[in-house]
Ligand binder design. Sequence first.
Ligand code: HEM
Length: 386
Amino acid sequence: MQSALGPSSIKTYHPQLELETRPFLRRLLAEPEKYTDHIRRYAGGLTLLVVYGHQVKTNEDQFLRLAEECVNLLSNRIASGGGIWPVDIFPSLKYLPTWMPGAGFKRNAIIWKAKMEEFVHRPYEFVKDELRKGTALPSFVSTLLEADHQKEKAAPVNSLADFDIRWTANSMYSASIDTTITALSHFILAMIQHPSVLERAQAELDSVVGTTRLPTFADRPELPYCDAIFTECLRWGAPVPLNLPHRLTEDDIYEGMFIPKGSLVFGNIWAITRDEKLFPDAHAFKPERYMEPAVDDATERRRDPRTYVFGFGRRRCPGANLVESSAWLLMVSMLSTLKFGKAVDDRGNVVEPEVVFDNSVFRTPNVFQCDIRPRSEQALKLVAEI
Ligand code: HEM
């Protein structure tokens, strides 16, 4: 996974990321109150492109719809209520005949399993087909299939790779959506709550990029304050605050505490991002904290949230490099063309954004009211360009 989504592979997607930015901005300006839907659509399209080489052209795209149906099933039906079902606690329930009252979970499971498998197999078969025809776009699956093909030619191996690639590719989709929505929702929230940060970022963009084009990756080295905002969004947002659970494969001793093999451990990412020694006034959104170099290299590494917000060790998020490019570009493109402010109600009263978190895994703020509009006529024209 890490090799197919490493920094050099991600560079090959840069032109496509730049192409996808305008349609995102147009959708956002058309219906700003649906900002999470637009981020979901953007992240979904991007993941299908990077993982399967499939280009989403319309909202009716077959794979996009199938993917959204499955993510919805997964979060709102299968994993809702903590994802624990009575049959997980009393395994003998699995022997209930499907027709019996109380066995509705079995009838649902049959339908949901078929849908999830469709989402695992159809886009995967699409890539194999494209490879056979010689028209496959480079992607996570095509790269791994080709590498596997070379290995098989050298020494025929079992077909485990096929199974692994299919299911790993599928896991990318669900893993990419909520995390990206969380990071970018925090960005929008921060811009609404901190007009002076917004102003400083826009002044930087105007002086480096100007107002007649959108920012590109080539501008990044000259946008240190925008980079600091991006870094602070990752820290302040802490999208997966308790990481995902890891299981110990052997007994361990950590700071004098014995942790037996098989234990589940949670890396408390939230606590690290709120460490007052590393981040004075840690609950505040302050991109300036990254504008001065740290006292030494070790502190520099520790205060970079990328060291921990993407998890740890071999299970570290394989999408980290993609996010580093995609979320950054989306963020600076929004800064360059949009005004962010608090919503105003019918009576002219300012509405404070209501910040509520109610997801047990991701720190996604529920949709809050805000005012998003073009920065200027020129910005509107820029976004409208095809
Ligand atoms: C801001 C955005 C993102 C954040 C903060 C984030 C964070 C994380 C974290 C904390 C984990 C758990 C790592 C661990 O167990 O130690 C994870 C796993 C994972 N992420 Fe991300 N992620 C993001 C975006 C993405 C994207 C865009 C993709 C795919 C293109 C992705 C794919 C995955 C996958 C497949 C895993 C499971 C890896 C495994 O268990 O081996 N993530 N992510």
